[in-house]
Write a protein that binds this ligand. Structure first.
Ligand code: DGY
Length: 348
């Protein structure tokens, strides 16, 4: 699909993206926009090389693609200077290889913070209250009357929510769980962010002033403290060498037997084979997963586990957010082409 065929700058999007605002932004600024409509979901390096061709100024790519030296040097040879991932995560992008080839890299933070946090909250509830299991039971025609033990799950109010990685998304999730369900908070974060502490302190004062039991909060000295103490744990770190398989057999073993674990970050943060074993051995332990180690596949056995709620990497999937991500990605590429600093550069 081609927009503004006579445009001076050739910009490629490796996938159709929601909305038309991003296309207009580019075409209004003398860009010819080419959108790849190839049916297969994940494009290979060879597919993208063919798209780049011999003249290309910038590319908007997706988190399923492997953006390393092969693609960045091809983009450089084609005269390109700009690449943006349509995602906040950029573990699929070798930023050093891009820099070496003189390509600026952009990502799309901010617009997906609340949407992603809402999905983490939804998975926390779905897992704690066994919603998917109960839905399947209903549809299978198995409900034959109310019973005291039917799908008994966990009450969130007054329990402790644990957050690992208190950046934008982790902090938004924590706020939702504290305000929505009056949960106490324990969190672990490598960076000295104070936004969460300010919020919980002010909220605690508000509850007290209204005669309600204030919530408690604690910044944990170690990640293990969060795993040991929390009833619901949500993972929000970036994926890099230090967070690969952060949650493994040993760390699963120290969590409460009835804990809920949620992952909306990146699949390889959790050792999925260890997780399946843990779910099998501990039927009251539950997980809500949006991401998987070998996406789009699940490790053997996970699909059969009743104590797992699984969804296909949809944390940022609201119309407003996806249109916003497309717009930011277009602005990133346009900024560089037009000689401004790139809008969102993960290295800055
Ligand atoms: C991201 O942006 O990194 C998410 O995984 C997809 O929205």
């Amino acid at each position: 699909e081609v927009w503004n065929p006579s445009g001076r700058y050739r910009v490629i999007s490796t996938k159709p993206m929601p909305g038309t605002r991003w296309i207009k932004l580019l075409t209004d600024q003398d860009c010819r926009v080419e959108i790849c409509t190839e049916k297969k979901t994940i494009l290979s390096v060879e597919d993208i090389l063919a798209l780049i061709g011999t003249k290309c100024d910038g590319v908007i790519g997706q988190l399923t693609e492997d953006w390393g030296d092969v693609l960045f040097s091809a983009l450089k040879r084609a005269g390109g200077t700009a690449f943006s991932n349509m995602a906040v995560g950029y573990n699929n992008v070798d930023v050093d290889a891009a820099t070496k080839n003189g390509i600026a890299v952009g990502n799309t933070p901010g617009v997906l913070t609340e949407t992603t946090a809402e999905l983490a909250a939804s998975l926390s509830l779905a897992a704690a209250r066994r919603i998917v299991e109960a839905d399947q039971f209903m549809r299978a025609g198995l409900y034959d009357g109310w019973l005291p033990h039917l799908f008994v799950g966990n009450l969130l109010k007054g329990q402790t929510v644990g957050v690992i990685g208190a950046g934008r998304i982790g902090s938004a999730y924590a706020r939702m769980m504290i305000e929505g369900f009056k949960m106490n908070l324990i969190y672990y974060d490598l960076y000295q962010s104070t936004r969460l502490e300010k919020f919980v302190t002010a909220y605690g004062q508000f509850l007290k002033a209204n005669g309600e039991q204030p919530v408690t909060w604690k910044r944990a000295a170690t990640m293990e403290d969060v795993l040991r103490e929390a009833d619901v744990i949500s993972l929000h770190p970036i994926l890099d060498k230090t967070t690969y398989h952060l949650i493994n057999k040993e760390r699963l073993a120290i969590m409460k037997k009835e804990a809920v674990l949620v992952n909306c970050s990146r699949g390889p943060v959790v050792h999925e084979v260890d997780l399946v074993e843990h779910l099998r051995a501990n039927p009251m332990f539950r997980v809500g997963l949006d991401v998987f180690e070998d996406e789009p596949y699940m490790k053997p056995g996970l699909a059969e586990m009743k104590n797992a709620v699984v969804v296909p990497h949809i944390a940022s999937a609201s119309k407003w957010t996806r249109e916003g991500m497309a717009t930011l990605a277009a602005l990133n590429v346009l900024g560089k082409i037009k000689g401004y600093p790139i809008w969102h550069n993960p290295n800055q």
